[in-house]
Write a protein of this length. Structure first.
Length: 190
């Protein structure tokens, strides 16, 4: 019998994969996507062969990092929705998405330049995240915390814009907070 589903990873292999993703996420976010895979393997405490067994190319590693970041944000968003009031969940999620997007543009640009169809590879994660954002937006609007005319397209545009703006203000936390304050004030009903 030939089972087409992949076999689960052994515990040590799963730990190595997770460690590689943790290290790659940190290294790519702080030093850029130009860091050689050998340095990532060394920082993760594994051989380069182990890295390539899990991620056959640097682009595969970068794609896995981007997917994992989206999945982490989506999971945290679900947790916020379950544990906090709708208004707090919405604004906390907005902040979370912006803060976690640092470097994302560089990641996706590098993938596109390598010939990876970024939209196709991230479609499932992106669709799930859009669904979570729509739920949070609806909940915050029903609670009267967000203007009723704001739709998902406007919310996504604001997230993209605020993410780009705050990346330019990385060295000035007070200015970043002012940006959040202005945007959050604009989102609230008058």
């Amino acid at each position: 019998m030939n089972d087409a589903s992949p076999r689960p990873l052994r515990a040590d292999a799963a730990r190595n994969r997770a460690r590689l993703l943790d290290v790659a996420t940190e290294v790519f976010a702080t030093r850029g996507v130009g860091v050689p895979t050998e340095e990532i393997a060394r920082a993760a405490g594994v051989g380069v062969g182990t890295l390539f067994r899990h991620f056959p190319t640097k682009e595969a590693l970068l794609e896995a990092v981007v997917v994992r970041r989206l999945e982490t944000i989506t999971a945290r968003t679900a947790q916020l929705a379950a544990e906090t009031e709708p208004a707090e969940a919405f604004f906390s999620c907005f902040r979370l998405v912006v803060e976690q997007s640092a470097g994302k543009q560089e990641f996706t640009r590098a993938l596109a330049e390598a010939g990876v169809d970024v939209h196709a590879s991230l479609r499932a994660s992106t669709d799930l995240m859009r669904g979570r954002l729509a739920e949070l937006l609806a909940g915050a609007q029903q609670a009267g915390a967000v203007r009723p005319e704001v739709g998902l397209p406007e919310l996504i545009a604001l997230l993209v814009g605020v993410s780009a703006a705050t990346e330019h203000l990385a060295a000035d936390p007070a200015a970043r907070e002012r940006v959040f304050d202005v945007v959050f004030t604009g989102l609230r009903p008058h």
